[in-house]
Design a protein around this ligand. Structure first.
Ligand code: GRF
Length: 223
């Protein structure tokens, strides 16, 4: 089996990165994490990736005159490692249309909300302020508009009476670590197709729609 050479782009702690690397250790996983790339040389996730035996690189956005110059360096790093696919995992830079065009249909992001609700930042605070009862996370293809693009998979969790933004974030994050590898597995295996704004072709609803009804439930493991 040829595995899809995948880069994970991070800016911070990289817990989703950890989950993707862990999933890729299974030889039957259809993506190989060939590079972890950060725009912050001090991102804690870089050390974790190295410890896991994954190649790392940093392209410090601060030293570039503009976004395009920064992205051209990113692109060179990605080409150097013969990267075919990108997973954004807490990568805190917006891309220009040029970069997104290079990777259209070949770049996923995870967002900590049930899109199209709560695009942007502070999703957990805003969900609590609105009094919603269900919250979650979304894995989607990246398009030029921020936090838009065809949705691959979503996970839903309950919002509890005594939740704070931190407890809610932790409940969602535990499920991000389940849904992101699931989504990458499906995409990298070639099972899915994009039709307009929809991603179709999953064999069963539980492959793309995770519902975790019990707040105490252990995260569902991918096989
Ligand atoms: C996650 O909440 C993810 O949904 C968002 O950024 C955060 C990254 O966390 N895009 P981590 O670095 O993966 O721990």
């Amino acid at each position: 089996m040829t595995r899809l050479r995948t880069a994970i782009l991070i800016s911070g702690r990289g817990s989703n990165m950890d989950a993707l690397i862990a999933a890729s250790k299974d030889p039957s996983f259809p993506a190989d994490i060939a590079l972890v790339l950060s725009n912050r040389p001090d991102a804690p996730g870089l050390a974790k990736a190295k410890a896991a035996g994954v190649a790392t690189a940093a392209v410090d956005h601060k030293i570039y005159a503009g976004r395009e110059e920064f992205e051209r360096s990113l692109q060179i790093a990605l080409e150097t490692y013969r990267i075919e696919f990108i997973c954004l995992a807490g990568f805190m830079r917006l891309f220009t249309p040029w970069f997104i065009k290079q990777w259209r249909g070949r770049m996923l992001n995870i967002h900590p909300a049930l899109l199209p609700a709560y695009r942007g930042l502070d999703t957990h605070e805003r969900a609590l302020a609105d009094g919603v009862k269900i919250h979650g996370a979304t894995v989607h293809f990246v398009v030029p508009e921020m936090d838009e693009g065809p949705i691959v998979a979503q996970v839903a969790v309950p919002v509890l009476d005594d939740d704070t933004p931190e407890t809610l974030a932790a409940r969602v994050l535990a499920q991000e670590h389940v849904v992101y590898p699931m989504a990458l597995r499906l995409v990298a295996s070639g099972a899915l197709r994009i039709e307009g704004n929809r991603v179709l072709g999953a064999l069963a609803p539980h492959e793309t729609a995770l519902i975790v009804p019990d707040a105490a439930a252990a995260p569902r493991r991918i096989s």
